[in-house]
Design a protein around this ligand. Structure first.
Ligand SMILES: *Cc1c(COP(=O)(O)O)cnc(C)c1O
Length: 401
């Protein structure tokens, strides 16, 4: 997406606006699949929570992708988008047995990540095959809030608890059909991944009739210059070789699964905002925009970096700005960032705004959520209208007070 087409979209739909380029999503998906072309049975399940607009889900359905879901609501969205329940895996954490049972009734693959629910579910539904989420205790690095495979994590059943799992299976007669891990959103290197894979292979050998091994996600994409990104081709080459060898050892063509979110949609997203105020204080020049952490919380939540470009003045002289939002508390997108000279009413474009941006947006400060536009086959489609005051009042019950 070049600056001019983004500027035109900002004019046409106004700001704040999320724009998603489906061509980029398709090329990332294709790259991922190609990296594992040597594996006989491969299944990619797009992680819905990264970006869950129903039109984006339909794009993945057209690609023959499956879905990775973490709530019954995501499952329902997937079904409404046209997915076959068999192509959806449900990987919740700390949800009720009732929700898991409701999802199982929809025909979706259940993935259980704790022993107590595994036992309760197995007792009541011994005929429903279940995948188990294993915690391989690999510290994958990155921000501690998004690494979930370490020993103290709330996710998964510890590899040290395999004997407990086997006892539950014996007592309930339930069938384990898949082994899963998701070591968090920041796997830095391929060797770490391969190490975790060996752990999963060993776990798989403990069970008789496994249909799939799901290696989760955690694949990195660059957010700023010099960032490491997962070399998916190299991972594909190395893991495929080892996976095929493992299938031989196991005596069965197991399905190899992944569930990337960020890798597939991050770079496809652009967030367009307008500069309301340029404010010079004694030490800083602030660019205050028509948005805030209610629309894009990652910088405030994870200290994430998003590249910000002044697409209204792309060749202007670079100066230092702190880009801040309009929320009434600390609301900072960037501190002392070099950006082409900013004037009021300029349009600033945030990169990597596809994953965990709109999907984490809220109505804090009673602000409207941004509109969303999708570029599909060269055309722009409004896929979420701008909100109105009725959206803020929706579900509020007004009483005579
Ligand atoms: C969030 C999540 C993913 C996707 O992670 P990314 O880093 O966006 O690729 C995959 N699987 C599970 C279980 C998740 O919770």
């Amino acid at each position: 997406m070049d600056e001019n087409s983004l500027l035109n979209l900002a004019r046409k739909y106004e700001t704040p606006l999320y724009v998603y380029d489906t061509e980029k999503i398709i090329s990332q998906y294709t790259k991922f699949v190609s990296a594992f072309s040597k594996v006989k049975k491969l299944k990619i399940n797009y992680a819905v929570k990264a970006l869950s607009n129903i039109n984006i889900l339909k794009v993945f359905n057209n690609l023959k992708s499956g879905l990775d879901t973490v709530s019954i609501q995501e499952v329902k969205l997937g079904l409404l988008a046209g997915f076959n329940p068999k192509d959806i895996i449900y990987t919740p954490n700390c949800v009720s047995l009732k929700e898991i049972e409701d999802v199982a009734k929809l025909g979706v693959q259940i993935n259980i990540d704790n022993l107590s629910i595994l036992e309760l579910f197995g007792q009541k539904h011994p005929k429903t095959p279940v995948c188990i989420r294993i915690n391989p205790h690999i510290m994958a690095g990155g921000n501690s809030k998004i690494s979930v495979g370490h020993i103290d994590s709330k996710f998964g059943i510890s590899i040290h608890q395999i004997p407990h799992i086997k006892r539950v299976i014996q007592n309930t007669g339930m069938h384990i059909n898949g082994i899963h891990m998701h070591t968090g959103s920041d796997i830095l290197d391929i060797d770490t991944f391969l190490r975790a894979a060996e752990i999963l292979f060993n776990v798989t050998k403990e069970f008789k009739n496994i249909d799939f091994i799901d290696f989760g996600s955690g694949f990195k994409v660059p957010y700023k210059e010099g960032d490491i990104s997962t070399n998916i081709e190299e991972l594909g080459k190395k893991l495929s070789l080892r996976f095929n060898q493992f299938c031989k050892e196991y005596g069965k063509d197991i399905t190899l699964m992944f569930e990337p979110g960020k890798y597939l949609v991050s770079d496809a997203g652009h967030f367009l905002t307008k500069v309301n105020v340029v404010k010079q204080t004694t030490s800083t020049v602030f660019a205050g925009i028509d948005s805030g952490f209610n629309h894009l919380i990652r910088p405030m939540l994870y200290d994430s970096y998003h590249h910000i470009k002044n697409i209204s003045n792309p060749t202007g002289r670079e100066r230092f700005y702190s880009v801040v939002g309009y929320i009434c508390e600390t609301d900072t997108f960037a501190i002392n960032r070099r950006i082409n000279e900013i004037s009021e009413d300029d349009i600033l474009a945030f990169s990597n705004a596809g994953a965990y941006c709109f999907s984490m947006a809220s109505n804090y400060n009673s602000r409207y959520k941004p509109a969303e536009v999708m570029i599909y086959k060269g055309k722009d489609f409004l896929i979420r209208k701008r909100e109105t005051i009725n959206d803020i009042l929706n579900n509020q019950e007004e009483h005579i007070i």
